[in-house]
Design a protein around this ligand. Sequence first.
Ligand code: AMP
Ligand code: ZN
Length: 113
Amino acid sequence: MEDCLFCKIIRGELPSKKVYEDDDVLAFWDISPLAPVHVLTVPKKHIESAMKLGDADAELLARLHHGIREVARATGIEESGFRIVSNVGSDGQQTVPHLHFHVIGGRQLEWKA
Ligand code: AMP
Ligand code: ZN
């Protein structure tokens, strides 16, 4: 997508601090971290949100979760634990309309909706 922020990062038109990359997935540090570890794991293919995933994306979803495990290992939070969050739409406070999984950890988290 031409004007999508994360598509621009994926194409290298905007900078990012990469944590993990493969053919289908890119993971990079969030510009405004909520915790010592805050990494966004995104599909290279533009998908607006979790609501736009289809049956044909089952393998891609598995690849994304593989990427999340690689992020956890690379950032040293695989044992201490972390949270995976994907905000969807207006009430979900999604601000970037390109599917992404926040991987948040590195401190004791609280659970607040
Ligand atoms: P969400 O609000 O769930 O859509 O998440 C979007 C996330 O993207 C927020 O946590 C932002 O801090 C983050 N973000 C926005 N612009 C950038 C950028 N250029 N590089 C890295 N993260 C970004
Ligand atoms: Zn995009």
